[in-house]
Write a protein that binds this ligand. Structure first.
Ligand code: HEM
Length: 161
């Protein structure tokens, strides 16, 4: 029962983490392509909110429920599988934290644009490129983690004895 509830929360949280990431990325790009200052201001603000409401709790829930599941299932903490999962999770997490800071900066830039000129500064375009690169890194890391969760490659391979 405890196992089923934990795994249920773990998978639900993974869905929310992945879905929010992909969904907010889609709306950020659509707003960016629109080049409309009002759309960009509102979308960036709402993406920041979505990150606080949905992504932040799932980022915490994921390793907690994951490690709890490992304890119940007696999965080894010295396995290659665990090292890969944690390594990739830290990589995705760090990329996401930088992305959050970039989003705050993007929001500040866009809300201070003079509505008469409506020209998006170069810094905004440069930050959007960084935002995309880091998003791709985090997305790829999560895709590999999904695979490791399902296939459990490296679970029987001990790093230290
Ligand atoms: C952060 C560290 C994580 C740890 C320690 C961890 C650990 C685990 C464990 C022990 C299981 C149960 C496996 C079983 O029932 O045999 C599991 C299942 C699962 N995890 Fe994670 N997990 C982590 C992160 C993630 C992330 C980031 C995602 C995706 C965003 C994810 C998605 C899943 C899925 C979809 C399953 C179900 C797999 C299946 O039943 O075949 N996990 N995880």
């Amino acid at each position: 029962m405890e196992y089923n509830i934990l795994k249920y929360i773990h998978i639900l949280s993974a869905t929310l983490l992945f879905g929010t990431g992909l969904g907010t990325a889609f709306f950020m790009w659509m707003a960016y392509f629109s080049k409309d200052i009002k759309t960009l201001t509102h979308t960036t603000k709402h993406v920041i909110l979505a990150d606080w409401f949905f992504t932040t709790p799932t980022v915490i829930i994921q390793p907690l429920t994951g490690i709890w599941l490992m304890i119940i299932l007696h999965y080894p903490f010295n396995s290659l599988w665990f090292a890969l999962v944690i390594g990739l999770y830290v990589l995705a997490g760090l990329s996401w934290i930088i992305v959050v800071f970039i989003q705050y900066r993007l929001h500040n830039i866009i809300k201070n644009i003079n509505p008469k000129h409506e020209i998006i500064p170069r810094e905004y375009h440069m930050l959007m490129r960084w935002w995309l690169c880091l998003g791709v890194i985090a997305f790829s890391a999560i895709m590999v983690i999904y695979w490791l969760m399902v296939a459990k490659d490296g679970l029987g391979h001990a790093l230290m004895r």
